[in-house]
Design a protein around this ligand. Structure first.
Ligand code: GDG
Length: 738
């Protein structure tokens, strides 16, 4: 089965320096609770940062870390202090954290921090490479390690890697703000399975793949670098027993619960538990609470808001300002509304024990969870787990990932303070039957979709995704084995070579008119066409005029225009593949394309002799794809039972005569050529697929780019295609040994 290697920024234990040396603290976070048993069951390891690394080697500390590795199976990744700072406090928490939570205005980008982020990810890779064994499953967690999947993949192409993002993936409009956005996406694409908290985060990633890398994906997978990467929304759960279990068996929790009930007898308790972070919506909640007290004077003296606010990221200006703001808002609330026997807000400005937390969850009438943005938010689930009598009400921000699965909560927009206040009133007034019904449904779901089922589902998905790659039918197309292809070329007495133009010999340009060939490319094609032992044809969707003006002078070269509608043999004139098409078809089709063109700024309509093409490569990519789908289905209906055919290519939709295709044109040319042992076809889009099929399994069919294809082989870019052709040119002068 292979071992499980969990990788996260921090280990589930942290080393802290005290006056008497080093002290180990165990993390009680949800991730540690859920992953430790799963890791042990899978004979695993956990790799992460152990906390502050001293500048010089400290023997006592090293001894502790060695013991962790042996006994606890925790492997430390030490980072030099300045790398740790730039990586964690810098790029991870001052660039990625605000941006991924939709706060571009709080983003600071500093190239030095980026370098530290790269260095830290590389350091993680180096440590992992010393530990990974062949069948291991690697599960990487969160935004600190987004480059790591691809770094590992480059060293170990066959390794099984999964990644889970705990925080939101932002809308592509926000993601695009990020310098280095391409590197981060490519980093993630090193995985076999990529999972998010919600479908909306997953959709956001897909949109960024399209807009930033030009990579189309399906809802459940994306093809990249010859691999299929599984995409999934998999909301994390909690380990419920870790919370509700204390209510049964922990005397400390019991004592605190009794104390709370006594202290707040006759009052309704509202509970908020947050790390002090601008994403958590603490000022907004306090202002909504003020509105509540203003609009419902009868609630004064009868409700109390307990705000637990755990300090975090001190020293960062945004966080300092937030702390001041929260202090002031609470001071004003208590000063303006408080009485000698009633404090409206009980403010706990430190971390509390698990027992205190569980007692508060159980004692509260309303759990008020109001982040402005949150990946999931575990507090909402923990609150629900502790409502065993079903009396409490959960008020939940619609911007928490948890809202996607907690529809029975009262959902609020935390920015709308007036309506949030009204919702809290409603929560306090909710009849007991309704409360129990809603809370019952929420509890059943929280207990069922817990941290353990979450981890099991992820690992099952990862195993399936990787198994498809490792044991499934041999993935096609495979990377072209260049040396073997050259050897086969060298040995052959006769050779046929079919080359597409756009996207194969030249990269896509902003506008089709600007993608003309360089002199060097024309010379290269001349050299290739010179040898008497090979027959070379250029097959393109372009018009015969364009092809003639660029390549008309190349001796020995055959040309095929308009995807096969017209052809020119090496020594002949242009001829049509068939005599003609139906009369007037363009007059019927053109208005439809024009209608779509008018709706899509940046798109153009191209008229060729045998076809009409709508190009949208200069348009907004998602809008373009969406309209291309619509156009495709409109045309399909319109052209049914005619000789015409609508084809989706790369960033274009073409209406052409159904008989005009590259395979037929190639056949026509080859009728006059002697049979060849070496047959090569290279192309980059749907119009080349029929030719690949036609040439069959003993030909060298090569798809350029990362998309799926029926070709046997692939090369990634026109650059790779040209350097391969150059190798063939070198070899054509060398005679085979007979
Ligand atoms: C990421 C994502 C996602 C808080 N105060 C105290 C205390 N806590 C505990 C809570 C809860 C945890 O901290 C906070 O939960 P979050 O859901 O906010 O999780 P994070 O680790 O901050 O963040 C988040 C999560 O990953 C999981 O995927 O939900 O969206 O940002 O467990 O109970 N615990 C104790 N005292 C406190 O004062 N003992």
């Amino acid at each position: 089965m292979g071992r499980l290697i969990v990788v996260s920024n921090r280990l589930p234990m942290t080393l802290r320096r005290t006056r008497d040396g080093w002290r180990a603290e165990r993390s009680t976070g949800g991730l540690a609770t859920a992953m430790m048993p799963v890791m042990r069951r899978n004979n695993g390891l956990w790799v992460g940062w152990p906390g502050e690394t001293p500048p010089a080697v400290d023997a006592r500390r090293q001894e502790l870390l060695d013991r962790w590795a042996r006994r606890e199976r925790l492997i430390a990744v030490d980072l030099a202090p300045e790398v740790a700072r730039g990586f964690y406090e810098g790029f991870a928490n001052q660039t990625l954290w605000p941006l991924f939570h939709f706060f571009p205005s709080h983003v600071t980008f500093d190239p030095v921090s980026w370098d530290s982020y790269v260095a830290a990810n590389t350091r993680f890779m180096q440590v992992l490479l010393t530990r990974i064994e062949k069948d291991d499953l690697i599960w990487i967690h969160d935004y600190h390690l987004m480059l790591l999947p691809q770094l590992l993949r480059e060293s170990l192409p066959d390794i099984r890697i999964g990644f889970f993002l705990h925080i939101p993936f932002p809308a592509s409009e926000v993601f695009r703000v990020l310098p280095r956005r391409e590197e981060l996406l490519r980093g993630l694409l090193g995985t076999d399975c990529l999972a998010f908290q919600t479908h909306s985060h997953l959709q956001n990633l897909r949109s960024s793949l399209l807009r930033v890398l030009g990579l189309s994906s399906r809802m459940d997978c994306v093809q990249y670098g010859g691999r299929t990467i599984r995409l999934e929304a998999l909301p994390i759960g909690i380990a419920p027993e870790e919370f509700s279990g204390l209510l049964d068996s922990d005397p400390e929790t019991d004592r605190r619960l009794k104390e709370l009930r006594q202290r707040f007898a006759g009052r309704r308790l509202l509970l908020a538990v947050d790390r002090v972070d601008f994403t958590k919506g603490i000022p907004e909640r306090l202002r909504a609470y003020r509105r509540l007290l203003e609009r419902s004077p009868d609630l004064r003296g009868k409700v109390v808001l307990v705000q637990v606010a755990v300090p975090s990221r001190s020293g960062v200006p945004v966080y300092e300002n937030l702390r001041h703001e929260v202090n002031e808002l609470i001071g004003a609330l208590n000063g303006d509304f408080g009485t000698p026997d009633w404090t409206p807000v009980v403010y706990i400005r430190r971390a509390i024990s698990r027992a205190e937390l569980v007692a508060l969850y159980a004692a509260s009438d309303v759990g008020w969870v109001a982040p402005l943005r949150d990946g999931m938010n575990l507090v909402s689930k923990e609150y629900v787990a502790c409502q065993r009598d079903g009396n409490g009400v959960l008020v939940l921000s619609e911007f928490a990932g948890a809202a996607a699965e907690m529809g029975e909560a009262l959902l609020v927009n935390p920015y709308d303070e007036e309506r949030t206040a009204a919702t809290i009133e409603k929560a306090l007034d909710q009849p007991i039957e309704e409360r129990r019904e809603r809370m019952g449904a929420l509890r059943r779901r929280v207990l069922r979709n817990n941290a353990f089922t979450w981890a099991d589902r992820f690992l099952t998905l990862l195993r399936e995704a990787a198994a498809g790659r490792v044991t499934g039918p041999v993935e096609r197309p495979q990377t072209l084995p260049i040396e073997r292809a050259i050897e086969s070329f060298h040995q052959a007495r006769e050779r046929w070579i079919f080359l597409d133009y756009d996207g194969t010999l030249v990269p896509f340009a902003g506008h089709p008119r600007t993608a003309w060939p360089t002199d060097a490319l024309i010379r290269q094609i001349e050299e290739l066409s010179r040898s008497e032992r090979q027959h070379v044809a250029l097959l393109s969707g372009r018009s015969r005029e364009e092809l003639s003006s660029w390549f008309g002078g190349v001796k020995g070269l055959c040309l095929v225009a308009e995807h096969g509608a017209a052809l020119r043999t090496a020594d002949g004139d242009w001829e049509s593949l068939r005599p003609s098409g139906p009369i007037d078809w363009k007059e019927r089709v053109r208005p439809v394309l024009e209608h779509f063109g008018d709706r899509t700024p940046g798109s153009v309509i191209e008229e060729k002799e045998f076809s009409l093409v709508w190009h949208y490569r200069m348009s907004d990519p998602e809008f373009g794809e969406w309209l291309a789908n619509e156009l495709g289905s409109t045309l399909e209906e319109m052209l049914a039972e005619t000789e015409l055919h609508a084809v989706r290519g790369k960033k274009y939709v073409e209406v052409k005569l159904a008989w005009a295709n590259k395979a037929e044109a190639a056949l026509r040319l080859a009728e006059k050529w002697p049979p060849a042992e070496f047959r090569l076809a290279m192309g980059d889009d749907g119009s080349d697929e029929e030719l690949f099929d036609h040439l069959g399994e003993d030909a060298w069919t090569v798809r350029i780019g990362v998309e799926p294809s029926r070709a046997r082989y692939r090369l990634l870019s026109p650059e790779d295609a040209l350097s391969f052709i150059q190798r063939l040119i070198h070899m054509q002068a060398v005679l085979p040994v007979t």
